[in-house]
Design a protein around this ligand. Structure first.
Ligand SMILES: Cc1cc2nc3c(=O)[nH]c(=O)nc-3n(C[C@H](O)[C@H](O)[C@H](O)COP(=O)(O)O)c2cc1C
Length: 383
């Protein structure tokens, strides 16, 4: 489509500009030289048995690696209280760190840049997934309602959480710090702090959940304190140039909404500048709880303008609006989830404007090491 316009012959340089696909232009993100702007989103795949990454992830991630492409690994637990879904990976034990190494090596062997997403799910958990059957921890003791699918099937049962005491919070910050250290030890190029989607950090950020009366609750700056302490601890540990954070101010996943998401998002974007971290990754306001785009008057532009580092956007993007976001300066990089999952060669398909494989929702979270994981066809075999 970018090849149109051969009528009255413009200057060579102009034609070249017209042919440029914005998503496929290079970008320098701190010390990392990216060859394009199409990023693999963090995607929980629930195939890491007993919380240990498995060798089948080598193929999965290397299939989605391009030379100079950025990949963000699936949400990875920072401690034994961090897990909320079965068979998700962790990075708090030596065994887990060792298991990540060949996966990271495979991505590097193909020239990819690989960040590890660090998560603590907080109250989005169940006592069966917690050490000694204890209650999950949170900013609050507000319980989360069971998650029910449209057909009435309960897909998530949550144990009412225990509110963290003020004096326990530094320990959780420390768990994130150690996990970041472990991620670097495993070979990752950096980490993404998962501050989105109603998990522990978001449970502090959002006033629908956070009802604390100490210095971690109440005003926006108090609610952001926990997130920023984690940012600071990790930046001090591994270097700010290796740190990104994901935030979803407008989302209300896991009953974690906010009464003033613009102010919250803006406050975080501005505050992050103090630490000089590499990137801020925000989920679009249009991307609501049902996982489809909706019409919204809100925009990430004020946050993009406020943040000094690299700005990543995610949520319902395709080729056309991804190109537009980059061309118009709304984002530096565009993060793709479901269509990258189903199209391991997504950058190639975008380059050729080729058709896309459809994703199969039914196999997003199944534990099979191949089906719905590494069996999506590449372009060559599709045609
Ligand atoms: C199967 C699946 C797993 C996901 N796992 C994570 C995750 O581990 N961490 C995270 O921050 N977001 C996760 N998400 C959200 C995606 O990263 C992404 O933001 C979302 O799918 C919207 O982007 P898309 O429209 O390009 O798919 C997941 C989404 C899907 C479909």
């Amino acid at each position: 489509m970018e090849n149109r316009g051969a009528g009255a012959e413009p200057q060579h340089e102009h034609v070249e500009k017209k042919n440029v696909i914005p998503l496929l232009t290079p970008y320098k993100m701190g010390p990392f030289h990216l060859s394009h702007r199409i990023v693999l989103a963090p995607l929980t795949r629930q195939r890491s048995y007993n919380n240990v990454p498995q060798s089948h992830a080598i193929l999965y991630y290397s299939q989605r690696t391009t030379k100079g492409g950025l990949l963000i690994a699936e949400a990875t637990g920072v401690s034994d209280t961090a897990q909320g879904y079965p068979q998700t990976p962790g990075i708090w034990t030596k065994e887990q760190v060792e298991a990540w190494k060949p996966i990271v090596d495979a991505v590097h062997a193909k020239g990819g840049i690989f960040f590890c997403q660090l998560v603590h799910v907080g109250r989005v958990s169940n006592q069966d997934l917690q050490p000694n059957g204890q209650a999950p921890i949170s900013s609050s003791d507000k319980p989360l309602a069971p998650q029910v699918q449209t057909k009435g099937v309960i897909v998530g049962q949550f144990t009412p959480p225990r509110r963290l005491r003020t004096d326990e919070i530094p320990q959780i910050v420390n768990d994130f710090r150690l996990a970041a250290r472990n991620a670097i030890e495993a070979g990752f190029d950096g980490v993404e702090i998962h501050g989105a989607h109603g998990f522990l950090i978001d449970q502090f950020l959002k006033d629908e959940v956070n009802d604390r009366t100490d210095q971690y609750g109440g005003s926006i700056d108090n609610r952001c304190r926990f997130a920023l302490e984690i940012v600071e601890a990790i930046a001090n540990e591994i270097g700010a140039h290796r740190v990104g954070i994901r935030i979803s101010p407008f989302a209300n996943f896991n009953e974690s909404g906010d009464s003033n998401p613009e102010a919250l998002g803006l406050y975080i974007a501005e505050s992050l500048n103090k630490y000089g971290i590499l990137y801020c990754h925000m989920v679009e306001p249009r991307f609501t709880i049902v996982g489809e785009n909706c019409v919204t008057p809100h925009s990430l532009l004020p946050m993009r303008k406020a943040f000094n580092g690299t700005f990543l956007v995610a949520g319902g993007y395709g080729r056309e609006d991804g190109n537009k976001a980059v061309a118009e300066g709304c984002a530096d990089l565009v993060v793709y989830g479901r269509i990258f999952l189903a199209n391991p060669d997504l950058p190639k398909r975008f380059e050729l404007d080729a058709p896309l494989n459809k994703y199969n929702r039914d196999t997003f979270y199944t534990p099979d090491p191949v089906v719905g994981y590494t069996d999506y066809p590449f372009l060559e075999t599709t045609s």
